[in-house]
Ligand binder design. Structure first.
Ligand SMILES: NC(=O)C1=CN([C@@H]2O[C@H](COP(=O)(O)OP(=O)(O)OC[C@H]3O[C@@H](n4cnc5c(N)ncnc54)[C@H](OP(=O)(O)O)[C@@H]3O)[C@@H](O)[C@H]2O)C=CC1
Ligand SMILES: C[C@H](O)[C@@H]1OC(=O)[C@H](O)[C@@H]1O
Length: 253
């Protein structure tokens, strides 16, 4: 058990990577707070599963791109769970689209959710951790796409580079408060975000061929690394980036 009696909060926790991480944190003994744009009904089975592990589960519906969501989430965590030890900024979107004809609305929304949303949330979580004075761990889900490009992700990859950079700078700003900040960089993980994109067999095959481990990731592949970075096992790791990509990034030839 790596997170016994810790309070673990995550954005975009109703599905995919966030859901898997929330569940794994509960298995490791944490109480869980989730915010997501999905209605609470969508998360009800997950909340029941967390509670069946003997842990408390809090759900706050909200849009991370709206600055007020961060304040409301932190206030609910403080009131209902009493504090915050591990915060994961995970919510994100990836509406695949070509570059030359990219509508401004898609660009703006992607930046607002992925980058500004992460900033608002991380800042609010850090303020709460500093106020409480007991340190903490902040993890942001960036991407392999912070390091490499994507033809249909020109609006998305800069947001993931921004999230990685945010963790590097907040690691410096928050180190004196014993708050560690790290980025997780998933490769291609099968979730709702890329269900349509990966349904093109030619594209999926070409992408798979680059992965030394020979498979796409599953959401559960990210859960262990997130719990580890949140735990005292990672007590001297801050400002780091952890690729969780089956070896895809290093596979040039
Ligand atoms: N899957 C992959 O291959 C990779 C994913 N990532 C990153 O991982 C993170 C999680 O994605 P993943 O689990 O794959 O995708 P999912 O779509 O399964 O999960 C994303 C979650 O975020 C929620 N969400 C979307 N927009 C908002 C918003 N504005 N406010 C609050 N919640 C929101 C979604 O809700 P709803 O479903 O209702 O829209 C969903 O529950 C993202 O940041 C993504 O960029 C990084 C690298 C690779
Ligand atoms: C959603 C994509 O499949 C996924 O998102 C990323 O960040 C990776 O670059 C993958 O392309």
């Amino acid at each position: 058990m790596l997170l016994t009696d810790k309070i673990f909060a995550i954005t975009g926790g109703a599905s995919g990577i966030g859901r898997a991480a929330a569940l794994e944190a509960a298995r490791h003994g944490a109480d869980i707070a989730i915010t997501d744009i999905a209605p609470v009904e969508a998360a009800a089975p997950l909340l029941r599963e967390i509670e069946s592990l003997g842990r408390r589960a809090l759900y706050v519906q909200g849009d991370v791109s709206k600055p007020e969501t961060a304040g409301a989430f932190m206030a609910a965590i403080k009131e209902e769970l009493g504090g915050l030890d591990v915060f994961v900024s995970n919510a994100g979107i990836c509406p695949f689209h070509g570059f030359l004809d990219l509508p401004k609305e898609i660009l703006t929304k992607t930046v607002e959710v992925n980058l500004l949303g992460a900033f608002y949330m991380v800042q609010a979580a850090a303020r709460m951790m500093v106020d409480e004075g007991r340190g903490g761990s902040i993890i942001a889900v960036s991407s392999i796409s912070a390091l490499v490009g994507g033809e249909f992700q020109t609006h998305y990859t800069p947001t993931k580079a921004g999230v990685l950079s945010l963790m590097q700078s907040t690691a410096i700003a928050l180190g004196r408060h014993d708050i560690r900040c790290n980025a997780i960089l998933p490769g291609t993980i099968r979730t709702a975000i890329n269900h349509d994109d990966l349904s093109d067999p030619t594209k999926a095959e070409a992408m798979m061929a680059r992965i030394p481990l020979g498979r796409f990731g599953e959401a559960e592949d990210l859960a262990g690394p997130i719990v580890f970075l949140g735990s005292s096992m990672a007590s001297y790791i801050t400002g780091a980036s952890l690729l969780v990509d089956g070896g895809c990034f290093v596979n040039l030839q």
